[in-house]
Design a protein around this ligand. Structure first.
Ligand code: PHE
Length: 345
C-alpha cells in the first residue's frame, strides 16, 4: 500500500510539473485528489491493515495528499503569473512612439479680413450691424431708390424667391433697415459685413455668393470730405501708409454724388504694371453721399441730415492684400490654401 501511494505521488507530481495550463492542472487535481481518485481508492483498503499500520498509513496518505496539493498550488501560482506576464507583454504600450499631431485650426482668410476691417472701423466709433440674407425687394431695391423696373436693377442680377423676396444682392439693404429703425434720428455710424448673392457665373473674379462690408454714417453736416478722409484712413491702415487713394465719379442709385475709390498700385508704386492694367490704380470700393430720397424713405429729414455710405468686397481686398489670383480659393477650402493664413495672433 505504501508503495502504491509513493507510486501515485511520483506519478501525480510528474504530471503537475508538466501541466501546461490551468485547465490541465485542475484535471490532475480532480483525478488524483477527488473522491473517486486513486488515493481514496487505496485508502479504502485500510480496513485490512493492522491497528499499528493503520495510523501510519493514514499519515502517509495525508502526507502524499498534502504534497500533491501543495505542488498543484505552487504550479497554479506559477501558471497564473506566467499568464499575467504574457498578457502584459502582449499589451505593452510603446511610450516612445511619436504621437499623432493634432492640426491647429485657424481663422479663414476671409474671416480674418472681415475682422480686421471691423476692428478698424470699431476703432473709429462704428458699431457692427447685421441684416437678413433673404431680403425683401423693398429693402434691397425700392428703399434704395431703385423702384421696380429701374434699369439699374440689371447691375445686380438677382436670385428671386418670390416676386417680393430675394437673396440680397448687396449689404446696402442694411442701410435702409438701420435708418428706418432709428425713426429719423441721428447719428448713425455702422458697418455691416455679410454674405450677398448674384446670378453670376463663377470664374476667377466672380462668385454667385460673396461677401460685402457696408458702411453708413448719417448725421448733421456730413460731407463728401468726411467720406474721403474715412476712406483714406481705411486704405492706409489696410494696405500701407504709403498708399494714395483717388475718388472717381461713378453711379449708384442710392448715393449722389457717387464715387469709386481706387488705391495706388503697390506692385509698381503707381507707374503702371500688369496688376493695375497699366493704370497705376486699383479699384477697391463704391461709395457716395446717401441720396436724399433714401434718407426721406427711411424717415429722415434730408434738409437736416446728410450721410455717406460705402460698400466693399473683402474677397477683393484679401486677393490684393495676399496676392490671391482666384476668388474661388476662398470657397473651395483647400487646406493647403487655408493653411497659409495660419498666423497666430
Ligand atoms: N451696394 C453697392 C454694390 O454692391 C456698393 C455701394 C454701397 C455703393 C454703398 C455706394 C454706397 O455695388
Amino acid at each position: 500500500m505504501q508503495e502504491r501511494l509513493k507510486e501515485l505521488q511520483a506519478e501525480a507530481l510528474e504530471k503537475v510539473a508538466q501541466a501546461a495550463d490551468l485547465k490541465e492542472l485542475n484535471d490532475i487535481r480532480v483525478s488524483y485528489l477527488g473522491k473517486k481518485g486513486p488515493i481514496t481508492e487505496v485508502l479504502k483498503g485500510m480496513g485490512k491493515l493492522s491497528a499499528e499500520e493503520r495510523p501510519k498509513m493514514g499519515a502517509l496518505a495525508n502526507e502524499v495528499r498534502d504534497l500533491i496539493s501543495g505542488q498543484i498550488e505552487a504550479k497554479q501560482n506559477e501558471l497564473e503569473k506566467a499568464a499575467v506576464e504574457a498578457k502584459l507583454a502582449a499589451e505593452t504600450i510603446d511610450v516612445t512612439l511619436p504621437g499623432r499631431p493634432v492640426r491647429e485650426g485657424n481663422h479663414h482668410a476671409l474671416t480674418r479680413i472681415v475682422e480686421e476691417i471691423e476692428d478698424l472701423f470699431i476703432g473709429m466709433g462704428y458699431t457692427v450691424a447685421e441684416g437678413p440674407e433673404v431680403e425683401k425687394d423693398y429693402y434691397n431695391f425700392e428703399a434704395l431708390n431703385l423702384p421696380k423696373g429701374h434699369p439699374a436693377r440689371d447691375m445686380q442680377d438677382s436670385f428671386y424667391i418670390t416676386e417680393e423676396i430675394l437673396l440680397r444682392t448687396h449689404t446696402s439693404p442694411v442701410q435702409a433697415r438701420t435708418m428706418e429703425a432709428r425713426n429719423g434720428k441721428g447719428p448713425v455710424k455702422i458697418i455691416c459685413p455679410g454674405k450677398v448673392y448674384r446670378r453670376d457665373n463663377d470664374d476667377a473674379t466672380h462668385s454667385h455668393q460673396f461677401t460685402q462690408i457696408e458702411g453708413l454714417v448719417v448725421d448733421e453736416n456730413i460731407r463728401l470730405s468726411d467720406l474721403k478722409g474715412t476712406l483714406d484712413v481705411f486704405a492706409k491702415k489696410m494696405f500701407g501708409e504709403d498708399r494714395e487713394i483717388r475718388l472717381r465719379p461713378s453711379f449708384f442709385p442710392f448715393t449722389e454724388p457717387s464715387v469709386e475709390m481706387d488705391i495706388s498700385c503697390k506692385m509698381c508704386g503707381g507707374k503702371g504694371c500688369s496688376t493695375c492694367k497699366g493704370t497705376g490704380w486699383i479699384e477697391i470700393l463704391g461709395a457716395g453721399m446717401v441720396h436724399p430720397n433714401v434718407l426721406e424713405m427711411a424717415g429722415y429729414d434730408s434738409k437736416k441730415y446728410t450721410g455717406f455710405a460705402f460698400g466693399m468686397g473683402p474677397e477683393r481686398i484679401a486677393m490684393l492684400k495676399y496676392g490671391v489670383d482666384d476668388i474661388r480659393h476662398f470657397y473651395t477650402n483647400d487646406i493647403r490654401f487655408l493653411k497659409q493664413f495660419s498666423v497666430t495672433e
